[in-house]
Design a protein around this ligand. Structure first.
Ligand code: DC
Length: 224
């Protein structure tokens, strides 16, 4: 039977790499919901729709088609996989994802992914709103400083160095926006296992999650 594992937490807590590896090790799908929010935000900005509830937002949303193909994200048929990883997309996604209409528009797309089989899904409200009945939920967190250091390393590896101070300020700003918004704020879902990854290596986090999943599988709390 298909099962869903949710991983929520703030930006830079290491969710993406851990979720990807966990899915790989378990041989199940991986769903990066942040990528979906990033893609829709880019399209809305491109179309000149202001980041507020309005008639033009309501009219624009049904015309936007976001698709996930393998590792790629397509917006209205165009591959935006690279574009969604820019600092501009960081900001835009944070602003547009606070709008209830945007969240509603993306709910179906996220839930539909379950039909393709078991899933590791990563985001902000996956265990609390999108998949509240998920049998196993994780909440990954880390200090803003640890998260900023990771983001800087990531960007450096991509050949796009950024200043640590700027990244730290942006993370703090996004934390406030993501957790203070009215709809689906970032919260630790009920029943979620909380893991502070500040002083853990990626391997240790993966191992920690994997052992919880194996435990749940062995106890029959989830079944493959
Ligand atoms: O995880 P990320 O940094 O790629 O997410 C981009 C933005 O989308 C972030 O500001 C929070 C938002 N988001 C959300 O509101 N709900 C989700 N399930 C996933 C992401």
């Amino acid at each position: 039977m298909a099962y869903v594992l949710t991983i929520d937490g703030p930006a830079g807590a290491g969710k993406s790499s851990v979720a990807k590896r966990l899915a790989q090790l378990l041989g199940i799908h991986y769903l990066d919901t942040g990528a979906i929010y990033r893609a829709i935000a880019l399209v809305l900005a491109e179309e000149g729709v202001r980041p507020e509830e309005s008639e033009s937002l309501t009219q624009a949303l049904p015309g936007i088609r976001i698709e996930l193909r393998g590792g790629a994200v397509l917006a209205n048929g165009v591959d935006v996989s690279r574009e969604i990883r820019t600092p501009r997309a960081d900001k835009l996604s944070s602003v547009y994802s606070a709008l209830p209409s945007v969240r509603r528009a993306l709910l179906g797309l996220q839930r539909d992914q379950e039909q393709y089989g078991s899933l590791v899904v990563e985001g902000r409200d996956e265990g609390s709103v999108v998949f509240p009945k998920a049998p196993l939920k994780f909440f990954l967190t880390a200090t803003p400083e640890a998260r900023a250091r990771r983001r800087c390393l990531e960007r450096e590896r991509r050949g796009e160095p950024v200043s640590y101070e700027e990244v730290l300020a942006a993370i703090r700003e996004r934390d406030i926006a993501d957790s203070s918004r009215e709809v689906s704020p970032l919260v630790q879902p009920e029943g979620a296992v909380r893991i502070d990854t500040s002083d853990m290596t990626e391997d240790e986090v993966v191992e920690c999650l994997l052992s919880r999943v194996r435990d749940a599988l062995a106890k029959g709390e989830i079944s493959a």
